[in-house]
Design a protein around this ligand. Sequence first.
Ligand code: NAD
Length: 279
Amino acid sequence: MSTVPHLTLNNGVEIPQLGFGVFQIPPEDTKDAVLQAFDVGYRHIDTAQSYRNEDGVGEALRESGLAREDVFVTTKLNNGAHAPEAAVEAFERSLERLDTDYVDLFLIHWPLAMLSDFVDTWKALEDIYGSGRAKAIGVSNFQLPHLRRLLVETTILPAVNQIEVHPYLTQRELAAFGREHGIVIEAWSPIGQGTVLDDPTLQRIARDHDRSVAQVTLRWHVQRGHVVFPKSVTRSRVEENFALFDFELSDEDLADIDALNRDERTGPDPDTFDRVPPA
Ligand code: NAD
């Protein structure tokens, strides 16, 4: 049995707070990487149409022999499929690749506010949610103005906002908005793609707890209420990233980590990101 705690989303769906991200895992390696994560104990997989590895996730789900309801699966809408009919069509292709009747969470991957009307796209996700084929729907890389438009112009509140968060980009405003409106923050690049690993403050806290910097950083996310899904294909790291629930950071540790914020991104800025890969 997994020791991972669950958070309750704003529609009552339960999500494991720790998952396994498969961004940048080549399609041919994804099945084995996900099977390894299942073996370590992960029961939550974060993929996306644009990662081109949903097939591998589906194969791992099938081969693992795990009951479908015991695994939480998230995928995300491709940037080239924001038109409402295209969004529904793309969602149905995801179900085929994942070899499942439903996903637990379906997200708009990027707002792409300069290229399309994400409110219309969100309404397509509301229809998908209504059909029962996504147990929850949410957004990714949405900034405050995007979220405020959804609040005013649509009927279902996103269950999550999946954004870049790590000690160098603490995202205080989006986190506060999420707390106010019941939108869970999912932190992508939770260790800043490795950029935080040499930080002296994190290294000091890691020494104090006899843990690695990655573990201390992931634990900071957990205690801040974020969902995280660190990515690695190296078994020792996959295990290390799973061992977060038998130690606790003090309030002082948490405050010291909060103070590392530099508003520094490692990935694209959602306000200027307008790359549209082929659908
Ligand atoms: P991450 O912060 O998890 O960093 C991954 C890098 O850190 C890899 O190079 C990995 O080898 C290394 N690493 C992992 N564990 C380690 C450890 N214990 N010690 C040392 N190094 C370690 O960043 P990520 O992969 O960018 O993000 C994680 C997940 O977030 C992705 O797999 C994906 O599911 C999701 N994501 C979403 C978006 C989005 O736009 N919604 C964007 C990027 C990532």
